[in-house]
Design a binder for this molecule. Structure first.
Ligand SMILES: [Zn+2]
Length: 313
């Protein structure tokens, strides 16, 4: 009799569980997949410094980036993707996925020249970038990209961006970006600086000239931050500073941590100041974090995850 009662009770619990399980799963999916806009974030400015691997921080006097690290959340152990060349890494950063998904495997990649196709191809023949995600879900948002390296411009869907401009020279790029911020108040701006990579290739990563070029880009980041303040966007802009790869000798593209490790620094509304991010961060988490902070749904083909540890609970 007791065992029958127990059996009935067990069945009841199991029934309740089976009814509850899909409900809990649904709630979990909703919580994890739903885009959770970070309160106060109205704009995002990404500053990508070509060749500025984490080794750049070893012997550099970079007061601006160190201030950003104190005021924001950061890690010097974020990683790029293989191979450690520019296009695969810039693509991964703005496409929220790796070369295996977006197909940008080398600097030779073009929308009509690739070794294997992307797993999702949008209207302009490429894997969805954060620019497309913003355009589709926030049609009125003003977006722009000012890039120092010519090749960057081919990695995004031109029709989704209000303004794309190749500006040669880092100082010029910073000047134009600052002017742009003050005039247009963009909701999303990507600034690409190339000078550090040039110094690495010409004089060697970790050479005195390399470190000098990091210090120059640090001061240019300071100019951009000042323009964000001047534009009245200071309290509502998420600023993200990162890089595509580091280098060894006068090269990159190989399989060393010196080439793979990159800084990942974020500061702005909702960011927990002084946080040293301990969860693993990959460059493809950048796009996912931006989408999450802006409350946008990421494409199903993205593998990046938002770096939630950087934000206040
Ligand atoms: Zn590069």
């Amino acid at each position: 009799m007791v065992s029958t009662q127990l059996q009935a009770y067990g069945d009841q619990v199991m029934n309740r569980r089976t009814r509850l399980l899909p409900l809990l799963l649904g709630l979990f999916t909703l919580l994890t997949c739903a885009s959770a806009a970070v309160p106060g974030v109205e704009s995002v400015v990404v500053i990508g410094c070509d060749g500025m691997g984490s080794l750049a921080f070893l012997e550099t006097n970079a007061p601006v980036m160190h201030r950003l690290m104190r005021e924001g959340a950061s890690t010097l152990h974020a990683r790029g993707v293989m191979p450690t060349s520019s296009s695969p890494n810039w693509a991964s950063m703005i496409m929220g996925a790796g070369p295996e998904q977006h197909g940008v495997t080398s600097n030779d990649w073009e929308t009509n020249r690739f070794t294997f196709p992307a797993i999702e191809v949008g209207p302009e023949g490429m894997f969805p970038t954060i620019f497309r995600v913003i355009r589709e879900q926030k049609p009125d948002a003003h977006t722009a990209c000012l890039h120092d390296w010519d090749g960057f411009g081919r990695l995004l869907e031109r029709s989704t961006v209000n303004h794309v401009e190749h500006v040669k020279d880092a100082i010029e790029t910073a000047g134009k970006a600052s002017k742009y911020i003050k005039e247009k108040h963009p909701q999303f701006l990507f600034i690409h600086f190339d000078g550090v990579d040039h110094a690495g290739h010409a004089f060697g990563w970790k050479s005195p000239t390399y470190y000098k070029s990091v210090e120059l880009v640090d001061s240019l980041i300071g100019d951009v931050l000042q323009s964000i303040e001047d534009a009245g966007m200071g309290g509502k802009t998420l600023v993200l500073v990162t890089a595509d790869h580091g280098g060894v000798g006068t090269k990159h593209g190989g399989e060393s941590l010196a080439e793979l490790e990159i800084p990942w620094i974020v500061r702005g509304p909702g960011v927990a100041p002084g946080t040293m991010i301990s969860t693993p961060v990959n460059t493809y988490d950048t796009a996912a974090t931006i989408a999450w902070a802006l409350g946008l749904k990421p494409p199903a083909t993205w593998i990046g995850r938002p770096v939630t540890e950087a934000f206040k609970p």
